[in-house]
Design a protein around this ligand. Structure first.
Ligand code: NAP
Length: 332
């Protein structure tokens, strides 16, 4: 089977096309013939070596990139009860989806409803699960809440806006261009603005009668985190869930006190998908919303195993709007 591996960390040039044997499922595993795989900023981080020493997401080289996909089960290993060959499924947080086939622990897999295409399932799992736990479990958004979503036209940003609105929150959004701000508005953001060298924090304070928002969702890190503190209300919550601009390595906890006794958390999806029941509950919510039209996923571009570098470059150069997808073997 064709796949894309890395044996060293670096830029897009470290991606290697390989031909490997189709793997056999072990106990508790299913073999999925992939139709589509998600391309995520996390793949860029993995390729660049950001998870080289991670305990939560350990990466061993050589590794096949990609950690999300949808397709059809072609074989099940011993002790797999809930799935059989022919089932249409999706999953995330298992590396090796830049490939024609992937081995996945059965507990991480969810069935895709007949009415939902594998394409939409693949585009919604990783980013959908992330937005779901951020809005509901970490942000605990409810009617009357206020929040700020950075990188609001991105893969997670667009879904997070929609989930925050569905929870009843007032949503502020930031982006790097007016075109992207318009995308954020079209997803439901009440106010969309440019980062404007950190002046978004002043604009938000002004729009909230000097208070700031209850929750800031910050996926950008170094370039925005300190201004995110300024945009949060006293005793508010700053959720630093990503660091696409680089990690903040010089934070003194006293800054949180000075900014208004803030709470700062750095959550990870893995800790919010601990078991099959939680995965199925989140997938159920997301698939239902996709099918009833209350959630829209914006596919920002289609790539193949031959062109995936272009998607990585577009993500790193901030040219991507929405979520890039890898087309592998689409449903007929
Ligand atoms: N903690 C978790 O559970 C979790 C789960 C999934 C993903 N993540 C993390 O969330 C982050 C976003 O992931 P994503 O896949 O949804 O990506 P994305 O938001 O689709 O793409 C990144 C966006 O960040 C903005 N950005 C700001 N500064 C940037 C820079 N220096 N370089 C590149 N982009 C920059 C860009 O939007 P503008 O041009 O509008 O600024 C860009 O669209 C990643 O760090 C990812 O690892 C965390």
């Amino acid at each position: 089977m064709k796949c894309i591996q890395i044996d060293r960390y670096g830029g897009p040039e470290v991606l290697e096309r390989r031909e490997l044997a189709v793997p056999k499922p072990g106990p508790g595993e299913v073999l999925v013939k992939l139709a589509y795989s998600g391309i995520n900023f996390m793949d860029v981080h993995t390729r660049a070596g950001k998870y080289a020493t991670s305990q939560t997401y350990p990466v061993r080289l050589p590794t096949t990139l990609g950690m999300e996909g949808a397709g059809t089960i072609v074989e099940t290993g011993r002790d797999v009860q809930d799935f059989k060959a022919g089932d249409r499924v999706a999953y995330c947080l298992v590396w090796s989806s830049y490939a024609e086939y992937a081995l996945v622990p059965a507990w991480r897999v969810v069935k895709v409803p007949d009415a939902l295409t594998l394409e939409r399932a693949a585009a919604s799992v990783f980013h959908g699960f992330t937005a779901h736990y951020l809005a509901h479990d970490v942000g605990a958004l409810q009617p009357g809440s206020t929040c700020l979503v950075h990188a609001a036209s991105g893969g997670i940003g667009q879904i997070l806006i929609q989930m925050a609105k569905r929870a009843g929150a007032r949503v502020f959004a930031t982006t790097s261009s007016q075109e992207k701000a318009q995308v954020a508005r079209s997803r439901g953001a009440d106010v969309a603005m440019l980062y404007d060298d950190g002046r978004f924090a002043d604009a938000i304070r002004e729009a909230t009668a000097g208070k700031g928002v209850d929750v800031v969702f910050d996926s950008i890190g170094k370039a925005t985190l300190r201004d995110s503190f300024r945009a949060a209300r006293k005793r508010g919550l700053v959720v630093a869930y990503g660091s696409v601009s680089g990690s903040v390595r010089d934070l003194d906890p006293i800054e949180l006190g000075e900014a208004g006794s803030l709470f700062l958390t750095r959550p990870r999806l893995a800790d919010h998908l601990p078991d099959a029941a939680t995965i199925r509950r989140r997938a159920d919510d997301i698939f239902t919303a996709l099918l009833d039209g209350s959630l829209t996923i914006d596919v920002g571009g289609y790539y193949t195993l031959d062109t995936v570098e272009e998607a990585h470059e577009a993500l790193e150069q901030r040219r991507m709007i929405g979520k890039p997808l890898l087309t592998i073997s689409p449903e007929q």
